[in-house]
Design a binder for this molecule. Structure first.
Ligand SMILES: Cc1cc2nc3c(=O)[nH]c(=O)nc-3n(C[C@H](O)[C@H](O)[C@H](O)COP(=O)(O)OP(=O)(O)OC[C@H]3O[C@@H](n4cnc5c(N)ncnc54)[C@H](O)[C@@H]3O)c2cc1C
Length: 391
C-alpha cells in the first residue's frame, strides 16, 4: 500500500511512523523548504502525544519533557491563592518533532513539497505539487496540513476556521535569564493569573537544545487576549513589513506598536513575576485562536487528521494529542482492514466524536475566561486532557 502524507509536522509524522510500522510504503510531503525544528513553543504533553515515543521509541519521558506537580493561581499582588496537587508533563514542539523525525526514514521525508491539488479516480490518488515537482500516485492520502489546510478547503469548502475573539501571545525565556524570585514563583507548576476577559499561564519546557536540566530549561508563557474581529485584529496581525497574516505572527514579526502595548499592559495588569517574564521575552509571537468543526474526515482514499480536521482551542493542551490519536486509530483501522475506503469509513466516526467533544469543551472553557469571567481557580473542569478533564 502506497501512502502520501501531506504535512510533516507532529500529526503527519506520527501517522507516517505508525503506517511504516505496519509495513506500508509511506512518503511525507512537507511544504516548508527547511526542517521545522525552529518552530513552535511549549506544549502540554499529554499521554497520546507521548505514546509513539514511549511505546515504539523506547524514550524515557524525563529525557524529553518536564514533570510538574502543582496547579497554582496567583492574585494581582503575586500571592498564591490556590495551589493544588496535579501532575502534568510539558515539552516543546521542537523537542518532540526532532524525536519523531529521527525515527522516520529521511529519504521518505520530502521538504519543499507543497501539495497544490490531486486527481482521484477511485482506484488511486495522484498528488500534485508546486514548482514542477513530480506528482505521486498513492492508495491513501493523509492530509495533515494544519489549521490552514488547503486540502480541507477543497474537500469541504464550506468548513472554515471561525475566529474565537482572541489570540494567544506566546514567548519563552531561559529560566536563568530571570530573577530567582520569578523562577521560584513558577517552580514545579503550571501557574495561572486570571484577569478580566483574559488569562495568562506559565510552565517550564526543555531548552532550545532539548535539555531538561534545571537551569537549562525555558519558562513558557501563553497570554490569551481579546481583539475584535475586523480592524482591531487586522491591525495586530499586520506585521513589521506591512503584510497581513491570518493565523500567526512568528518571532520578530509583531509591529513595534503592539510590542510596546504588550509590555505596557503586562506591567500595568499582571502580577510582577508574570510581567517580568513577558518583558524579558526578546521576541514574543502570537497565534490567532480558531474553532474548526467539520462534518467529515474520510473521503474515499483521502482523510484529514490533526488540525486539518478539527481545531479545538488550546485550553485542554490537547491539539498534538488529538493529531496523534487520529493517527493511532487510523493505523488500527488499516491493520484490521487493508481496503482503504473501508478502513477510513470505519475510522471516521470515532475521530469525529473525539474532535467534536474537544471543540465543545475548549470553546466552553475559553468562553468562561474570555467572555463570562467566571473561571474559578481549582475548578476540575479546567484540568488538561484530550478525552475530558484529566482524561
Ligand atoms: C496557542 C496554542 C497553544 C497550544 N498548546 C498546545 C499544547 O499545550 N499541547 C498540544 O498538544 N497542542 C497545543 N496546541 C495545538 C498544536 O500546536 C496543534 O494541534 C498541532 O500542532 C497540530 O499538528 P498538525 O500536525 O495537525 O498540524 P501543524 O502542526 O499545523 O502542521 C501542518 C503542516 O503541514 C504543512 N503544510 C501545510 N500546507 C501544506 C501543503 N499544501 N503541502 C504540504 N505541506 C503543507 C505545514 O507547513 C505544517 O508543517 C496549541 C496551539 C496553539 C495555537
Amino acid at each position: 500500500m502506497k501512502t502520501a502524507v501531506i504535512g510533516g509536522s507532529l500529526g503527519g509524522l506520527t501517522a507516517a511512523l505508525l503506517l511504516s510500522d505496519l509495513g506500508v510504503d509511506v512518503h511525507v510531503y512537507e511544504r516548508s523548504p527547511v526542517e521545522l525544528a525552529q518552530r513552535g513553543a511549549g506544549i502540554g504533553f499529554l499521554p497520546d502525544s507521548q505514546r509513539y515515543l514511549v511505546e515504539r521509541g523506547g524514550v524515557a519521558l524525563d529525557d524529553i519533557s518536564i514533570g510538574t506537580a502543582h496547579i497554582r493561581y496567583l492574585d494581582r499582588r503575586g500571592n498564591v491563592i490556590y495551589d493544588g496537587a496535579q501532575k502534568y508533563r510539558f515539552s516543546s514542539w521542537n523537542t518532540v518533532y526532532r524525536q519523531l523525525l529521527a525515527r522516520f526514514d529521511a529519504r521518505r521525508y520530502h521538504l519543499g513539497c507543497e501539495l497544490t491539488g490531486w486527481r482521484d479516480d477511485g482506484q488511486a490518488v495522484e498528488a500534485q505539487f508546486a514548482g514542477g515537482k513530480p506528482s505521486q500516485r498513492a492508495d491513501l492520502m493523509i492530509c495533515a496540513d494544519g489549521v490552514g489546510s488547503a486540502s480541507r478547503a477543497r474537500l469541504l469548502p464550506e468548513a472554515k476556521p471561525v475566529y474565537s475573539g482572541y489570540v494567544a501571545w506566546r514567548g519563552m525565556v531561559p529560566e536563568m535569564a530571570v530573577d530567582a524570585k520569578v523562577r521560584a514563583a513558577f517552580d514545579d507548576a503550571i501557574t495561572y493569573y486570571v484577569l478580566a476577559n483574559s488569562h495568562i499561564l506559565v510552565y517550564p519546557i526543555p531548552g532550545v537544545d532539548g535539555s531538561v536540566k534545571p537551569g537549562e530549561r525555558l519558562l513558557n508563557f501563553v497570554w490569551y487576549r481579546n481583539y475584535l474581529a475586523g480592524g482591531d485584529l487586522d491591525d495586530l496581525m499586520t506585521d513589521q513589513s506591512g503584510q497581513h497574516r491570518e493565523i500567526s505572527l512568528p518571532p520578530g514579526a509583531v509591529s513595534d506598536r503592539h510590542m510596546a502595548e504588550l509590555r505596557a499592559s503586562a506591567i500595568a495588569r499582571l502580577p510582577a513575576v508574570f510581567a517580568d517574564l513577558v518583558c524579558s521575552t526578546a521576541q514574543p509571537f502570537l497565534q490567532v485562536i480558531y474553532d474548526l468543526d467539520i462534518p467529515r474526515m474520510a473521503f474515499g482514499r483521502i482523510c484529514l487528521v490533526g488540525d486539518a480536521a478539527f481545531v479545538g482551542r488550546p485550553h485542554a493542551a490537547a491539539g498534538t494529542a488529538k493529531a496523534a490519536a487520529d493517527s493511532w486509530a487510523l493505523a488500527d483501522a488499516l491493520a484490521r482492514n487493508r481496503d482503504v475506503p473501508t478502513a477510513l469509513a470505519q475510522w471516521e466516526p470515532g475521530q469525529i466524536a473525539l474532535g467534536k467533544q474537544l471543540l465543545e469543551r475548549t470553546r466552553a472553557i475559553g468562553r468562561r475566561s474570555q467572555v463570562d469571567g467566571n473561571w474559578v481557580p481549582g475548578d476540575p473542569y479546567l484540568i488538561l486532557g484530550l478525552r475530558g478533564p484529566g482524561n
